[in-house]
Design a protein around this ligand. Structure first.
Ligand code: SF4
Ligand code: SF4
Length: 171
C-alpha cells in the first residue's frame, strides 16, 4: 500500500472493492494463520476483508504482503502519483467512499430484523446480495424504506468506485 493515502483508505483490503487477492504458496508460507487462503479454479487466493488488516488501516504483514497486494494500485493512487489529483482531494474522495460504505451497512442493519442479521465480515457486494435475497424471500419482514436507502447508497458507492478506484468494479 502507498504511504500517503492507503492507510486511511484500505478499500482494496477491506472487501469494499474485491472479494479476494491472488497469493502464491511461498507467500502464504510467510503469513500467519489469520490469512484466509483458499483454492479457486486451481489457483490460490486470500479472501477479503483481509484478516491481516489492522484497525488503523495499516497492513500487519506489510514487509511480507503478497505480490498481488504490492503491485496493486487503484486509479486514485495512480492519479496521485502523476499529480492528476492532490492528496487533499484524494483523501476527500476516500472519505466520501468510506462514509457511503458506513451508511450502506447502517441501512442494511436497519432494513433487516435481528433474526436475519447479515455477516458484515464479507465483501460489501455480498452483503447487499444477502439483503436482496432476504427481500425477495421475506418481503414483509424487511423495512422497505431502509432497504431502498441501502440500494441508493450502494448505487452511489458503485459510481464513486468506478469514477475513482476501479473502472470495472462489479463487472
Ligand atoms: S484502494 Fe487505492 S488508495 Fe485505497 S488502499 Fe487500495 S491502492 Fe491505496
Ligand atoms: S495482506 Fe496486507 S496489503 Fe494485502 S490485503 Fe491484507 S492487509 Fe491488505
Amino acid at each position: 500500500m502507498g504511504e500517503n493515502i492507503c492507510s486511511p483508505c484500505a478499500m482494496c483490503c477491506s472487501g469494499n472493492l474485491f472479494s479476494r487477492v491472488p497469493i502464491e504458496a511461498k507467500e502464504q508460507a510467510v503469513l500467519d494463520d489469520r490469512a484466509n487462503v483458499f483454492m479457486h479454479k486451481g489457483n490460490m487466493r486470500m479472501s477479503l476483508p483481509c484478516q491481516l488488516l489492522k484497525s488503523n488501516g495499516d497492513c500487519s504483514v506489510y514487509e511480507n504482503r503478497p505480490g498481488g497486494c504490492q503491485s496493486y494500485r487503484c486509479d486514485l493512487l495512480r492519479k496521485l502519483d502523476s499529480d492528476a489529483v492532490s492528496g487533499e482531494v484524494a483523501l476527500d474522495i476516500i472519505e466520501e467512499a468510506k462514509t457511503c460504505v458506513a451508511r450502506l451497512k447502517s441501512d442494511i442493519s436497519k432494513a433487516l430484523p435481528e433474526s436475519m442479521a447479515l455477516d458484515f465480515e464479507q465483501p460489501i457486494y455480498r452483503v447487499v446480495h444477502g439483503m436482496r435475497d432476504a427481500r425477495k424471500m421475506y418481503p414483509d419482514l424487511l423495512n422497505s424504506f431502509w432497504a431502498d436507502q441501502a440500494e441508493l447508497h450502494f448505487s452511489i458507492l458503485i459510481d464513486i468506485v468506478r469514477a475513482n478506484f476501479e473502472e470495472n468494479y462489479l463487472k
